[in-house]
Design a protein around this ligand. Structure first.
Ligand code: SF4
Length: 477
């Protein structure tokens, strides 16, 4: 199976335009995000003192991030004590080279991989395939993505942009089986293929949801059981995780787990919670012979020193994506990189710099829905605003017409009599342009608005005029 095409990315506006006009995408996204939001609501209703749990989870993540250097050293020591081999990667290339070297030394030809955003970040599959290693995704959604030579469009549900009919079609065409769109039958077909791959693979690659500093363990969650097989059946296990993924200990993990599943899929707990404590030890006869942990920086250290440092506490639940009205309209691919939605609009430019990504923080209505659902109370709109300010500093200010327009607006808004007169004139003009109570085309910069939607004509009497008239009537008794 080949990697997705590495065509240059079209400009952001073009990607958004294509997504906005994609009715099929809206259908798929609308159904899935609505369902996820409602399930999340139900799941949180069953969590006692949820605000306190969220505050505790935030405090626990911040505690580790504030002492990240010492936490990482302690984590490395406890991992080594468990028998893990620990490696450090500053860049995606270094991370890929480490995995390639491990695979080469062990003569690996087939690798199974569970869903891992860090490996998406480094494009690990393509790097291994260059060395002749076949990589098979073991998460069902990721497997479909791989069969389609596509990219995931959501950090929890990689094929949220597809309908079940799309999935049925790709499975039938790529695996040469009769068409079905029954989820159970599709899962059974994939299971048949993947079981054989699990048994034949030499290398199992995973990410990690959390690294437990004191215990020297990795925690991974899944609903499919594929992570257990990926990490325990092949003779070598490699886990690639970002340096920010740490929690102090199992007690802090408890709060994270209660929040993660509720926020991600509306479950009280994911079906499988796996704790990995290193390679097989004598007299055990199961588990990998070698366990490697690669700790990836890739810009995280720089982010840690900046105004968006808080984003490193993100536990990748995806709730902010499901809540975001912009994500609901444009889906994940329009964001152009590994991480979509509000968290991605912060994560990508923070880690990769503003060049090529400066528009992402603007992909938000700043309605605050993301912050409201974030299980670790990240101040997402505040970070988006600080990135917007940085984009302006680095890439020039707003267009001249906008700066002029805002100055003009300020001059009027500071003088109530002038404001009221201008409103009267604008309202009269708008009513003259309106047909059947709607403005279908307006001139100047406002034309961008009416290109896609109609504007209601202003009421004959403004709200302020109506209030004043009402006050006068009341005074008259
Ligand atoms: S920013 Fe918050 S809501 Fe969004 S993915 Fe991260 S933890 Fe979840």
């Amino acid at each position: 199976m080949s990697a997705p095409s590495s065509q240059p990315l079209p400009p952001f506006a073009q990607r958004v335009d294509a997504a906005v006009h994609d009715e099929h995408l809206h259908d798929a996204l609308g159904r899935a995000t609505a369902q996820l939001r409602s399930r999340r609501g139900g799941a949180f209703a069953s969590l006692e003192q949820s605000d306190a749990v969220r505050a505790a989870a935030r405090a626990a993540k911040m505690h580790v991030l504030d002492r990240l250097d010492e936490s990482l050293i302690a984590f490395e020591q406890s991992l080594r004590a468990r028998g893990f081999q620990v490696h450090w990667a500053e860049t995606p290339e270094q991370a890929n080279d480490l995995v390639r070297a491990i695979a080469r030394r062990a003569g690996c030809k087939l690798a199974v991989k569970s869903k891992s955003m860090a490996t998406e970040e480094t494009h690990l599959n393509a790097a291994l395939e260059q060395d002749g290693v076949e990589v098979v995704e073991s998460d069902l959604g990721e497997y479909i993505v791989q069969l389609r030579r596509d990219r995931p469009s959501h950090i929890i549900l990689p094929i949220i942009h597809l309908t079940r009919e799309d999935v049925g079609k790709v499975v039938s065409e790529e695996l040469h089986v009769p068409y079905t769109d029954e989820p159970k039958e599709l899962a059974a077909i994939a299971r048949e293929v993947l079981r054989a791959k699990f048994l034949a693979a030499d290398l199992g690659i995973t990410g990690a949801n959390f690294g437990l500093v004191e215990e020297g363990a990795l925690c991974l969650v899944s609903n499919e059981g594929n992570i257990r097989m990926t990490s325990s059946l092949p003779r070598i296990h490699v886990a690639l995780l970002g340096i920010e993924k740490l929690v102090r200990n199992a007690s802090d993990l408890d709060a994270m787990l209660r929040l993660l599943a509720r926020s991600a899929t509306g479950q009280k707990l994911t079906v499988y919670t796996t704790l990995i404590e290193g390679p097989r030890r004598s007299p055990e006869d199961e588990g990998p012979e070698e366990s490697h942990v690669i700790l990836l920086d890739n810009g995280r250290s720089t982010t840690r020193g900046g105004e968006e440092a808080e984003i490193l506490a993100c536990i990748r639940c995806g709730a902010c994506l499901n809540a975001c009205p912009v994500y609901q309209q444009i889906g994940g691919h329009a964001y152009g990189d590994t991480y979509p939605g509000p968290m991605g609009a912060i994560w990508t430019p923070s880690l990769r710099g503003m060049d090529g990504w400066k528009e992402l923080p603007g992909a938000s209505s700043l309605c605050g829905a993301c912050e409201e659902v974030c299980p670790v109370n990240l101040r997402i709109p505040k970070m988006l605003l600080s990135l917007r300010a940085r984009a302006r500093e680095q890439h020039g200010g707003s267009p001249r017409w906008l700066r002029f327009g805002l100055r003009f607006y300020a001059a009027f808004a500071r003088r109530p009599w002038l404001w009221r007169s201008a409103l009267r004139v604008a309202s009269l003009g708008a009513r003259l342009l309106a047909r059947d109570g709607w403005l279908r085309k307006v001139p100047g910069p406002l034309s961008a608005w009416t290109k896609r939607r109609d504007l209601p004509a202003p009421a004959p009497q403004s709200f302020t005029a109506w209030m004043s008239a009402r006050a006068r009537e009341r005074a008259r008794g």
